[in-house]
Design a binder for this molecule. Structure first.
Ligand SMILES: N[C@@H](CCC(=O)N[C@@H](CS)C(=O)NCC(=O)O)C(=O)O
Length: 207
């Protein structure tokens, strides 16, 4: 049985969403980051820096949302893989995954860290306008390539769409301006039933 360690409204949702897209059975285990459980010995044994998500599949213990989702696609994807079989298309999915987690997401994460996530004495309020500027720059780069289609790569929903939708939702929750075409894209994929099921699983796991 697969086990995914999660916390609502965090990047664990990407992995939970992926599990739901693939229709896999799994246990969803809440780690109360807000109560310091991330730093517990039990969780540090799973993740070397006490973060989420973490996936356990037998002896395999995996962290990093991209690695987890790619593993699930390759190991359990079957036909509904979310990772194209064609090498060029798969490379494009990887390109977008790298762009999303290293360029688009980082200003959001820095903003979050310097607003609430870091210990108070480590926060630098003066960095917030720079985060907004960097996010705008990454967004402009995305807009130069996104042509308004339903999918980022090829003609099917892929991991690139899952990660971009999640990250645009995150940007929206932090009140960043998004162009209409990307709002439409985000809301279209954000209505997928698998995402609604994933949100519910993470919520249920808290109780
Ligand atoms: N690059 C990692 C980021 C993991 C991460 O920072 N997760 C946050 C939640 S979104 C976390 O666990 N934070 C707890 C902490 O920083 O101690 C991934 O994509 O999985």
């Amino acid at each position: 049985m697969l086990t995914l360690y999660t916390f609502p409204h965090s990047r664990s949702l990407r992995a939970t969403w992926m599990l739901e897209e693939l229709g896999l059975e799994y246990r969803c285990e809440h780690v109360a980051l807000d109560k310091g459980e991330g730093r517990s010995a039990a969780h540090l044994a799973r993740h070397p820096d006490g973060k989420l998500p973490v996936l356990e599949d037998g002896a395999l213990v995996l962290f990093e949302s991209v690695a987890i989702c790619r593993y699930l696609a390759e190991r359990y994807g079957g036909e509904a893989t979310l990772l194209p079989k064609d090498a060029a298309e798969r490379a494009q999915v990887d390109q977008w995954l790298s762009f999303i987690v290293t360029e688009l997401e980082q200003p959001l994460w820095n903003q979050a860290k310097h607003t609430f996530a870091l210990p108070e004495e480590r926060r630098v309020a003066a960095i917030i306008p720079t985060c907004a500027w960097e996010f705008e720059r990454a967004l402009k780069a995305l807009e130069r390539r996104y042509t308004g289609g339903e999918y980022l790569v090829g003609d099917a929903f892929s991991l690139a769409d899952l990660f971009l939708t999640h990250t645009l939702q995150w940007a929206g929750s932090m009140k960043h301006r998004l162009p209409q075409a990307l709002l439409d894209y985000r809301d279209h994929h954000g209505a997928r039933p698998a995402l609604a099921r994933a949100l519910e699983r993470e919520k249920q796991a808290v109780c």
